[in-house]
Each structure stands twice: as C-alpha cells, then as structure tokens.
Design a protein around this ligand. Sequence first.
Ligand SMILES: Nc1ncnc2c1ncn2[C@@H]1O[C@H](COP(=O)(O)OP(=O)(O)OP(=O)(O)O)[C@@H](O)[C@H]1O
Length: 706
Amino acid sequence: MSGPQLAISNEFMEALARLPKSQRKKVQEFAKKFRADPKSSAINYEKIHNMDDDRVRTVRIDQKYRAVVLHPDQGNTYVLVWVDNHDEAMDWARNRTFEVHPETQSLQILNVEQVQKSLAEAGSREIGSEKLFSHDDETLLSFGVPPVLIPAVRHLESKEQLSQLQTVLPEESYESLVWLAEGESVEEVRRAVGMPISLRDEVPAGTDRGESSSEDQAIAKGQSGRRFHRVSSDDELDRVLAAPLERWRVFLHPHQRQLTERSFAGPALVLGGAGTGKTIVAMHRARQLALKLQNNHKVLFTTFTKNLAENVRYVLKTLCGDEFNQIDVQHIHDHAMSWLRPSGQFSVGSDDDLALAWDMVAVDNPTNFETDVLREEWFYSHAIKGVTSREEYFRLSRIGRTPLLSRRDRAAVWKSFELFEESLRLAGKTHWIGIVSKAAEYARKVPSPIYRHVIVDEGQDFTASDWRFIRSLVRPSQDDVFIVADPRQRIYNEPTLLADGGIAIDDRIHRLQINYRTTEQIRNWATDRSGGGDMSDLCDSSWSEIATHSLFSGPDPELIESKDLESESVAIAQLIESLKTDFPLEEIAVVVRANWQLKKLKAALTRQQVEHSVLGQNTSDTQGVRLATMHRVKGLEFRCVIVAGLAADVFPTKYRGREDDERAKKQHVITEKNLLYVASSRARDRLYVSTVAGFAKSTFFKTTKT
Ligand SMILES: Nc1ncnc2c1ncn2[C@@H]1O[C@H](COP(=O)(O)OP(=O)(O)OP(=O)(O)O)[C@@H](O)[C@H]1O
C-alpha cells in the first residue's frame, strides 16, 4: 500500500488567498512538513468541539492559525480543506458536511447553515405555482444535486431564485441547472459539463453502478477534480500554493481536464467563446504532453498574438517544472523566422513596401485587371488558400469570388504575381507569406523533426500558409496538432479552412461553453455586437451547440456619451479617478481602435495626472492604467475595461478594398465588429463603452440581435 498522500481543496486555496502574505509563507512551510508525514508526532491535531464527524480535525500552523484537515476513514489521503484563525477555522468546520454523492460518487462539501436557509425558503414557497424544473429526482441527482437539496431545487420558480443557490450547490450541479433552466436537453447538458451521456459510462472498472466509493476514491473522481487536487511533489506544492488566486492551475473543469489529458488520433480542434478557458486548456495540454516526452523532443506552443505568446511563456514557466525546457513558446512568424535566420537576414516589407512593389507591376501589367484586384487575388490564393506554385493556382477553386478568371487570365495573373515578387526582391524585401512558406520547406526536409506536438492558440487567425508550416513541423501522428480557436475573434484574415493548410480535423472537434472570465451581462453585451463566425469558418462540419454561460453576474455595461473626442478624454480621466477606489490602476484598461487615438489619450491622461502606460509587446514591465489598441489586447484580461473613442470615421475604419467587391466589404464589417467583441470581452468585472457624437445610434453599433 502506498504512503500517505496530500490533497488540497479549492476552498483551501480561497482561504489561503485571504491570509496576509507573511502568514501564507507559514502555511506553505507547514504544508510541506505535513505532506512529508501527516502522522508525525510533530503535527498537532485537535478535535473539533461539537462535531460528530471524526474524519475532520484542525491542525496547528502557529499560535494563531489552524488548517482544517479531512482524513477519510478509508484510504490514505489527507485533504487540507480550510485555513483560518483558530476559532474561525473551528466554526467553519462545524458548519460543513463532507459527503460522497450517491449518484456521481464525487465528494461534496456543503455549508449546513446555507442548506438549512435554502430549505426554509423553499418551504415558504406556495405549493402549486409553476416550478422551474420538472425533471425527476433521478435526473436531478445525476447532475450532482445533493439529496438534501432536492426539495430546495424542486421549489424553485425562477432563474433569479436559482442564482441565489449558486453558493449553496456544488459547482457541477449549479452549472447543469443553469442550462436546464434555459431549456437545454438533459443529454446536451451532460455533454457540456463533461458528464457521461449515460451514467453507466462513469462507473469505474470493477464496480457496479450504485456501489458507493470511499471518500478516498471519490476525491479522484470526475467532478471532484474541480474541488480536490492530489499533490505529487514538494515542487508542485510550492508552485500551487504560491499563486492561491490562480486556481485554474490545478482545479480544472472536468471537460477542460479531459481535453488536456486525452489522446487524439490526429489534429484536434477546441472551439469556445472569449473567456471559456481555451488558453488555460492549451497550456495545461502543452505541459501534459511535455511531461511524456522523451529524448530531445519538444512541444511548440504558437499563437498569432505577440503579447499572448509573451504571457503564455511567463505563465507556463510558473506552471511547469523541468518540463518547461521542452516547450517552445513563439509567435508563428517569429518561429518561421527562426528557421530562416541561419541562411541569412530577411527584411519583411511594410505595407508601403508591398504597395510600391504592386505599383511596379502596374507599370507593365500583364493582365487586364487593376493592381487592387491582383493584390487581393495574390493574398487570397497564397495566404488564405496556401497556394505555393503555378500548378496549384490553376487548380484553385475560386467559387464566389470576383472577377471570374479564365485559364488565360490565370496565366497572366500568375505572371503578375511573379513580377510583384521580383520587384520586392530587388528592393531587398520579402513578405510573411514567403517567410512562412520557406520555413515550411526547410522543416519538411528535416529527417527527424524535433517537435512531436504543436499547440496552437488563436487558431481563427492563422492562414492556410501558416497551417502548412505547422503541418510541416510535426509528422502526422497521435496528438500531433491541437488547436484552440474562437471564430468570433477573427480579426486579421478571411476565414481559412484548416483543410486548405493540410490539417485534417475529421470529427475531432470539441467545445468549451462556460465563461470563466466575465459576468453574464458583459458576455451578452460583447457577443451581441460581434460580427460573427462559426465552426464552418474553419472546417467542414456541422454541429448544434448549446449556449455559453457565465456563472456569475454583475452590473450591466455602462454607456458613456461625449460630444467630441476632446471632452471624451476628460470624461475618461474622471471615470478612472472614480474607479481607483475599486480597482488597482493596473487592472484598468482603456482600449481604442487606432494608434493615433492612443497618443491623444496619453496626452490627456498626462494632463490630468493619471498614471498610465501604453501596452507594447511586453506586458509585464508597465505601470498604471493600461492603454492599448483593440488588436493589442487580444488574449489579455483586465478587471475593468473602458472601450473608448467609438466615433464615426474612426470605427469601423474605412474600407480600402474594391468598391464592387461586396464579399470583401462584408468581411471588413465582420472584422471590425469582431474587434469590438475582442475588446469588450477582455473585461472581467466592469465594462464601460465610450461613444462620441451620436455614435451609439449608428447602425454599426446596434446589437446583432436588433
Ligand atoms: N477551470 C477554471 N477555473 C477557474 N478559472 C478558470 C478556469 N478556466 C479558465 N479560467 C479563467 O478564465 C479566464 C479566461 O481563460 P482563458 O484566457 O484561457 O480563456 P480564453 O478562452 O483563451 O479567452 P480568450 O479567447 O478571450 O482569450 C482566465 O482568467 C482563466 O484564469
């Protein structure tokens, strides 16, 4: 039989986070000693007065503080469930029950006082009035509703009443009830919360359904993973306790856990709205894969946003032990460049350089088309469709695109592409598509690739040429490519099918549907204004989805209207002054559409003496309120976001494509709306939206619903 094991509970971390820093250090030291030998005579156990449950004791940390420990009758696990001042720790424990749920077999902790209050309230509701749930007891139990709370759930009449039970019910049951209350089917809800569709699937090997688990076994079962975590080393214990607020480091939703640990027969795609934990899943998965790697093999974690790559590298370093050395985190373009650097220096042309090269094509244009048409055709064929040769271009399907091109046209158009490349080359420049394609060529030639797995965050913004590069980095095999994406956050390119970049997803598609970042009010506001996007943007698959939900509420987003940009700056400075009492300045971000707006805002805040800094690529060494463009905040989050400078002629930006290209015009509007979605979905607690000179009434700003 193995020796004693230490587990920590989610609530323990919550309690730890509330302690003063100096005290946390003592708890950390204690936890290490405790883990080494919970039966040591140096551990000072105390029975809790007036509590019959012998499994629960307190242990002494110092003169003042006590931790509450649950030591199940069977098994060898000791669970730290709370930490507080002596008397408060005793009170906390006396007011809790620790039971294995008869259906889900997971260990649940209930607050007795809250349970009694909920039952009393339920009892006071009229019999016969319309109830929120008509499901039978068996169904409610299957979602982990504790038997004692079934009457309280049965008597609920509205979603508001349900939300009052949020802190009383175990997470999995509250989450499921929220969806059931929205009218979702039992099967859909089971799938979304990561429960087996049929309860039979959950029965562990060797046990019959109905046979109960010991508390020790229950700690490790499905839904318990949200509340308990077994610590495997002192190193891990240090890492976990050092960041008690960041509980996602250990307590994942069962669905998230599955996606981080399971194996896929090939490339897999995980879709989810903003804040559903895609990056968290991707980082945990990178770590899990790195832990299994042998020799010098590596995992590549890549993304389309430089700030995000920076953040992910930082977080992964603190999440991992030595396995971090086997994970490379790089923006896709930086990674491509690293393949080319040994063969010389490459200078990527600016938009102006590329425009100049197209102007050169116009001098001796081999086609009957304007260079605008040729430029768009070049980008579409090379980036969005991943064309790399004349032959591929002739085979390219252009359904729905204008102008129509005959075979002869295509030959001339291809000639214009060659002229463009040549004139760029003569100017000593290249472009990212070329860099990425060349890097792919090099990678394909490597006889024994170093990367075993590639993890892609922000997959919605990758082009087919990027996907081809990724495909060339890793041989087709189990768990080769794992992609997380949100089609509504596509802000750079046209929709790109993964298949066009050689990534075959088949049916390996999953969804994350719980928003952990923000309130339901902010989530709704942001989603209603997005330009849209769905799974079909990335792959050829249809799948009905159930709605995403946030599990917490807050104030509605607030609209601010100013008569012009000058008075808006003053209003924003005043708003920040008023927010200072509720939020540290570093947790407030002001987000605008254009770089020139940042300069204006910066000057105004300097005048008003509001400490601030403009977000560059490095997010860690800044101070005060963060100022950033909508593009720059992708992947980041702040407690309070002020989306500012929404004015006609500023947002949406002017469409610069061909006037007769309706498809491109539509794409432009979608992208701009998606930018508003990205910016506003960065807010965790509070969202302010500042509009100028009647912009709030514009059709562009109206919700997608209206
Ligand atoms: N299991 C979890 N428990 C607690 N918090 C979580 C959990 N999963 C994610 N979060 C939190 O939710 C927030 C959003 O997570 P994350 O950034 O991974 O979402 P995302 O889907 O990548 O968002 P976006 O697409 O908007 O960048 C983060 O603050 C993260 O810590």
